[in-house]
Structures are given as structure tokens and as C-alpha cells.
Design a protein around this ligand. Structure first.
Ligand code: NAP
Length: 279
């Protein structure tokens, strides 16, 4: 089957196999800085044009690392960041959607990333304690001021997405989704229908697909690795999908990026899809 190599997110064109930078900082065993910088640079050398980060990753350290590795940024590189999900203590996450906090968070992301405008700013989580209109209003204001080019959401339902779209232009949704975890199938279908980029996090189920016996069989057929088959399934699943596999290993990075070249037959796609997953 043929698949699209790129996707337009708003006015930005990206290659569909992206990179998730989260594990380059704050995750044990943490790679040393030289290695982490090298992995980020290698991603771009391999042709990645979409990198996902967040202010919460390493509490600012992840954005700083990307700036150290990649600034001044290549013309075609899109760095998407996220705000609104805080780390009160290690292992704890808490949404904070107060407008003044979101504004300050965006300003700090701009400073750490060393940019004048964020290409894609995603609300990491909707804060149930704050009216949605207030949270989105803060993001819309930043956009109006030219501090943000495009807005996205993360971990939302179709209902929340529809409500948000009545207030702002949403160009992307980042929800947990992969071959074996399809809880957000309806959100992906909605995004496909509406032409909204869908950025699945946990695209290879935290690495567990790399050792899947079921995937190993198909991988052998395709002369590929199980992780590549898992990523190829995502790319074939819908043209709006932009997977962001995360790794601190250059070897895994190279393997993951090469998955964009893999082509599944209609039969292989159907067999993989029927492996099912949690819904
Ligand atoms: N929006 C949200 O709420 C949210 C939540 C979590 C994550 N994210 C984003 O999603 C991105 C990806 O998520 P993730 O990193 O949690 O999950 P993932 O990409 O499914 O899995 C990453 C894990 O898989 C391993 N791995 C990667 N490639 C491999 C390969 N080819 N073979 C074997 N193992 C491999 C990595 O270990 P090695 O380092 O050893 O390769 C790492 O432990 C993150 O970087 C972040 O940007 C977003």
C-alpha cells in the first residue's frame, strides 16, 4: 500500500515519523548529556522534522537540551511543546490550567527553546478545575500575540475536542494510542475525518512491541524488526497519524526512523489490525 510521507499540521509540513524527546532527560537510566544531545542531532540528520517535548519533561531540562542540541533550528524543523501538566513531586503529575500560569509557562518555554514563536503549543492536559474557555482563551491570546503559531490538545475525548473547536482552531491531538492500545480509536477516527493531526504517544507501547512474539512473525516476513512493524501499522492506519517514538539510543532511533520506508500489503495491514487491542 502507498502511504503519505508528510503531513500538513496547520501551515507546517512535517515528515510523518517524528521523535519524542521525553526520555532524553529525567528518565532513569538517564543518558549522559553528550549522548542525549547526540541523539537529538542524529534525529534531525536522519530526516526527522517533527520533535515533541514538554515543559514538564525534566522540569524544563528537556526543552533546554533540544535548544543546546539543535539551535539555531533547521528551517523545516518543527518543535512541538506542551504546557499545563506539572510535576509537584517525582512520579506525580497535576494539570494546572489557570490562564496566568499557562501564559507564564509558554513564556518560559519560549525562553528555554530560544525562539520567538512556538510552532505548535499543546495543552498537555485539560485542568478539570478551570473552565475550558479560560484555558483555551489563554492559549488563543498567545496565538493572537504571535507567540504561538498553532494550538493542539493532549489526552482528550471527541466531546472535549468538539467543545474546544468551538472556541479555538485545534490542529493536533496527542493521545495514547498504539497497535495494542486503541482506547482512543474514536478520537483518531474523528481526527482523520476532520484533517486534524493525530500524534500517538506510547507508539510502541513503551518498547514492549520490540519484543512481541506476535509481531516478530510479521517482522520476519517483511525483513524488518517488530518495533518497525508496529510503527508502520500506525503510519498505515491513517494519513493524519504522526508517531513520536522515544529513545535515548541512536541504534533504536535509526531503526525507528527507517520504519517510515516499510510498506504493508492490505492483507498485512488487516492482520495487524485484527491483533486488536484495549479499547
Ligand atoms: N501527551 C502525553 O501525555 C505524553 C505522555 C507520554 C509520552 N509522550 C510523548 O510521547 C513520546 C513517546 O512516548 P514514550 O517514549 O513514553 O513511549 P514509546 O515511544 O512507545 O517507547 C519508548 C521506549 O521504547 C524503547 N524503544 C524505542 N525504540 C525502540 C526500539 N526500536 N527497540 C526497542 N526498544 C525501543 C525506549 O528505550 P531505549 O531508550 O532503550 O530505546 C523507551 O524505553 C515521548 O517522548 C513524549 O514526547 C506524551
Amino acid at each position: 500500500m502507498t502511504i503519505e510521507a508528510t503531513l500538513k499540521i496547520g501551515e507546517l509540513t512535517v515528515r510523518r515519523l517524528g521523535f519524542g524527546a521525553m526520555r532524553l532527560t529525567g528518565y532513569r537510566p538517564e543518558p549522559d548529556r553528550t549522548q542525549a544531545v547526540q541523539v537529538a542531532r542524529r534525529a534531525v540528520e536522519l530526516g526527522v522534522t517533527f520533535i515533541d517535548t514538554a515543559d514538564a519533561y525534566g522540569i524544563g531540562a528537556n526543552e533546554e537540551l533540544l535548544a543546546e542540541a539543535l539551535h539555531p533550528y533547521a528551517e523545516d524543523l518543527v518543535i512541538a511543546t506542551k504546557i499545563g501538566h506539572t510535576r509537584p513531586s517525582p512520579g506525580e503529575w497535576k494539570p494546572v490550567g489557570r490562564p496566568e500560569y499557562l501564559r507564564q509557562a509558554a513564556e518560559l518555554s519560549l525562553r528555554r527553546l530560544k525562539i520567538e514563536r512556538i510552532d505548535l503549543l499543546q495543552l498537555h492536559r485539560i485542568d478539570p478545575a478551570v473552565p475550558l474557555a479560560d484555558q483555551l482563551g489563554a492559549l488563543a491570546q498567545l496565538r493572537q500575540e504571535g507567540r504561538v503559531r498553532h494550538l493542539g490538545l493532549s489526552e482528550v475525548t471527541v466531546e472535549q475536542l468538539e467543545e474546544a473547536r468551538r472556541m479555538i482552531d485545534v490542529v493536533s491531538v496527542q493521545n495514547r494510542y498504539n497497535l495494542t492500545d486503541r482506547e482512543h480509536e474514536s478520537v483518531l477516527d474523528y481526527c482523520t475525518q476532520e484533517g486534524i493531526a493525530f500524534i500517538p504517544w506510547f507508539p510502541i507501547a513503551n518498547g514492549s512491541h520490540a519484543t512481541s512474539v506476535e509481531l516478530a512473525e510479521m517482522a520476519a516476513e517483511l525483513d524488518a524488526t517488530p518495533a518497525q512493524v508496529s510503527l508502520a501499522w500506525l503510519l498505515h492506519r491513517s494519513p493524519v497519524v504522526v508517531p513520536i517514538p522515544g529513545t535515548k539510543s541512536e541504534a533504536h532511533l535509526t531503526e525507528n526512523v527507517a520504519a517510515a520506508q516499510l510498506r504493508l500489503s492490505a492483507d498485512q495491514l488487516a492482520r495487524l489490525t485484527s491483533m486488536g487491542g484495549r479499547r
